[in-house]
Ligand binder design. Structure first.
Ligand code: IFM
Length: 465
């Protein structure tokens, strides 16, 4: 079967600044360096984000490697703590400006369109420790000012911007489930940080319009469809709640400019709703985005609770419980996470039917393996990640079907380009088209790199699965 995509489709990969650049010459460490200093044992093999892919020094080589595998686009993020030297006065760091200018130009020289994010989990440590990060309105204002500086400096060449990557993740990790700094478990703060992040996003969108850039601005959300075990009303309701908390909480305000009333009612009843103003609501309502990035990895399987909720604080799990679908497929290389390619189709339908069919692209699809399962370099000079290729194809078949039925999707980015550092998992899971040698930082192409070159060249592939 021939699987094709629309003309001008974006093909490429994504990473983030902190996961790829290395901390070289950065004036302001983020919460990740801060947390590592406090608790290195929380990070897989105690590997920090100090060197990572060393893109700070190797961006020219990397831009060439992107072109070699047919990438016509690439998403990374600016590190707030690198660009802004003085976070009180907003003085920029000239070294950082030079670095990002050179990086952008190197990409453009290779025919790779840069898509830049402003925030990818990397709150500057000093803003977290002084103000509580996005717990505080001061940091919301600082973010809007930083965004404006980025647009003024780089908006002439960067035509697609994303305010936040997966904004719900720092809320989940930092304020509910303890996998990001500041490791709090506090629903009131979780809701406050969510709200302030949405406000910061809206202010950045307004700043973009004010600067008068000629490109487009959006946000990257991790959308995880909720599936349940049967048609029992209580289980369907559980899936509805999971969707409300984990998808619609950011999707509705960021795409439609409004918060789901059911969610507001639940949070109000739980006494965790922050104080808001009419002016803020108008700012959010009028911050229209041009496109959305969607990250998809795994589905969510939920059903009505069969056990009593026993935590003494509010979490979304009061409204459902997770279960494992026995007949499902799992990725043995990623903690047995479920594989469900049709979720891509379901996401596309949801956007089409409930979100005005807004323009979107699949900004992350990632198939985790580890270095052992990928194996060593083969006789043909490549690393064999056929497992990844087969799964990527399966997901793309679903996407192509959705597009043929009207989904407004304009591209696909793999997570990731070169294996990168991944938070507390550091380098446990590999995702790249290129393997990173952690000793030498050498990049070694995988079979998926060759596959991607053909995919991009043909704007599609022959599916034999
Ligand atoms: O590494 C992360 C990335 O920062 C956000 N999306 C998921 C990736 C893989 O876990």
């Amino acid at each position: 079967m021939k699987v094709t995509f629309p003309e001008g489709f974006l093909w490429g990969a994504a990473t983030s600044g902190i996961q790829s650049e290395g901390g070289f010459e950065k004036s302001n460490p983020s919460i990740w360096e801060l947390w590592y200093d406090k608790e290195p044992e929380r990070f897989y093999q105690q590997i920090p984000c100090d060197v990572v892919c060393d893109t700070y020094h190797r961006y020219e080589e990397d831009a060439r490697l992107m072109a070699e595998i047919g990438m016509n686009s690439f998403r990374t993020s600016i590190q707030w703590g690198r660009l802004i030297k003085n976070l009180e006065t907003n003085e920029v760091d000239e070294k950082a400006v030079e670095f990002y200018n050179n990086y952008i130009d190197a990409l453009l020289d290779q025919g790779v369109e840069p898509i830049l994010g402003l925030y990818h989990f990397d709150m500057p440590a000093v803003l977290q420790e002084t103000y509580g990060g996005f717990e505080s309105k001061e940091v919301v204002e600082k973010f809007a000012q930083y965004a404006k500086i980025c647009f003024e400096l780089f908006g002439d060449r960067v035509k697609k911007w994303s305010t936040f990557n997966e904004p719900i993740v720092p809320v989940e990790g930092g304020y509910l489930y303890d996998f990001h700094y500041p490791n709090k478990k506090d629903a009131r703060l979780a809701v406050l940080v969510s709200y302030n992040t949405i406000l910061a996003h809206a202010k950045a969108v307004h700043a973009y319009r004010e600067v008068g850039c000629s490109g487009e601005i959006g946000v990257v959300l991790n959308l995880t469809p909720s599936y349940t075990c049967d048609d029992q009303p209580q289980n369907k309701l559980a899936a509805y709640y999971a969707d409300l908390f984990f998808n619609r909480s950011f999707l509705d305000p960021m795409v439609k400019g409004e918060f789901p009333q059911d969610l507001v009612d639940i949070l109000k009843a739980a006494n965790v709703l922050p104080t808001t103003t009419a002016e803020e609501m108008t700012t959010i309502k009028t911050a229209t985005i041009d496109f959305m990035g969607v990250n998809y990895y795994v589905p969510r399987r939920v059903r009505a609770r069969t056990t009593v909720y026993d935590l003494d604080y509010f979490t979304p799990e009061m409204f459902f419980e997770y279960y494992i679908e026995e007949n499902a497929r799992f990725n043995p290389f990623r903690d047995n996470n479920e594989i469900k390619p049709v979720a891509i189709y379901d996401i596309a339908q949801n956007i089409k039917e409930n979100y005005g069919n807004i323009k979107w692209y699949l900004s992350e699809i990632g198939i985790a393996m580890d270095v052992v399962s990928e194996g060593a370099v083969q006789a043909d000079g490549l690393i064999d990640d056929s497992f990844r290729i087969a799964l990527l194809e399966e997901h793309l078949v679903e996407l192509s079907k959705a597009i043929s039925e009207g989904a407004n999707c304009f591209g696909v980015h793999n997570w990731t380009f070169i294996d990168c550092w991944s938070w507390i998992n550091s380098f446990k899971r590999r995702y790249g088209f290129y393997r990173l040698d952690l000793e030498t930082q050498e990049r070694q192409m995988k079979k998926s790199g060759v596959w991607h070159r053909e995919l991009a060249k043909n704007n599609g592939f022959i599916y034999e699965g």
